[in-house]
Ligand binder design. Structure first.
Ligand code: NAD
Length: 290
């Protein structure tokens, strides 16, 4: 038995994906279509500002132009809807990203529903989530898409295997479960009301943790030889970043595991840009739109 799980290196998997995105963006540009992502940021939330800056920097590195739309925290839902409608109708815009969370006074659901599903590069619109559920995906939400790419990079067998998704959010847990189902895994979803979580974890051959609680999944719960993808990003008591999984204990039992940071995190932006370049590829007529 091997002593320790191998690390699934999100940075290098993301770098390979970004190279593909760059090549795709170049092909679009050569065909006369400049890929363009519109980024909408409402308010001054410092974490959101960092996320937006990172997305825009990575986009530029890949040859994707970004258009920055900043609105004050006191903006009305109507003003935001007006902006989204204008971006929907702008033929030069391939993708629209509205950075979440939106300030409390704004009807976030109305805003997400207003985004043209053909420009919804986050994949959060019910039409895109519905397409995923029936097995005809257009834009797959970025974080679960990134997890699937990491599982593939780790050579994880999914067909017929027991996969456990911990967390049932619309942006991570639920789409993740559908992707695993499409890969023929036998899928269980655990959530805040699940009883006997330790037992569920101990039976899983693939574990995806997306809860947002530091190290709540204990290393000794992990089945020997399991593959573990840790989506959680949490501040530890000493100020560092930790995942939802107790890393050292899990690494001693698993076959392969993602570190935090450097696992799922880098994949999310890369998958967002992948979705954006897909949209530009369809606009350029280089591939049929789904
Ligand atoms: P969320 O708060 O929307 O959902 C958390 C889920 O955890 C809920 O469905 C809830 O039922 C479940 N849960 C809560 N307590 C539980 C318990 N005791 N046992 C089992 N399940 C429990 O969060 P989210 O948006 O899905 O994000 C989850 C985590 O992933 C967060 O740490 C977030 O920061 C991180 N995240 C990371 C990335 C990335 O790029 N790496 C992207 C998105 C989210």
């Amino acid at each position: 038995m091997s002593a320790e799980a191998s690390l699934i290196d999100g940075k290098s998997v993301a770098a390979a994906l970004l190279a593909e995105v760059r090549a795709g963006a170049e092909a679009c540009s050569s065909a006369g279509v400049a890929p363009c992502l519109a980024v909408v940021l409402v308010g001054e939330d410092p974490a959101s500002q960092v996320y937006v800056r990172n997305k825009e920097r990575r986009a530029a590195e890949c040859g994707i132009a970004t258009r920055d739309h900043r609105l004050s925290a006191t903006s009305s839902t109507a003003a935001l809807l007006e902006l989204v409608r204008a971006l929907n109708e702008d033929p030069a815009v391939d993708g629209i990203l509205v950075q979440l969370p939106l300030p409390a006074g704004i009807d976030a659901e109305a805003v997400l529903l207003a985004i043209d599903p053909r420009k919804d590069v986050d994949g959060f619109h019910p039409e895109n989530l519905g397409r995923l559920m029936v097995g005809r995906p257009r834009f797959v939400p970025c974080t679960p898409q990134g997890c699937m790419r990491l599982l593939a990079a780790a050579g994880a067998e999914l067909r017929g295997r027991r996969a456990l998704v911990i967390g049932r959010s619309t942006i991570v847990g639920k789409p993740m479960a559908h992707l695993l189902l499409q890969a023929d895994a036998t899928v269980t979803i655990a959530h805040s009301r699940t009883q006997h979580l330790a037992r569920e974890v101990s039976m899983a051959e693939v574990v995806i943790a997306a809860v947002g609680r530091p190290e709540m999944i204990r290393g000794e719960w992990i089945a020997p030889g399991a593959t573990v993808i840790d989506v959680g990003i949490n501040r530890s008591a000493n100020g560092g970043l930790v995942g939802d999984v107790e890393f050292a204990g899990a690494r001693a039992r698993a076959r392969a595991i993602t570190p935090v940071p450097g696992g799922v995190g880098p994949m999310t932006i890369a998958c967002l840009l992948r979705n954006c370049v897909d949209a530009a590829t369809w606009r350029a007529g280089l591939a049929p739109a789904p």
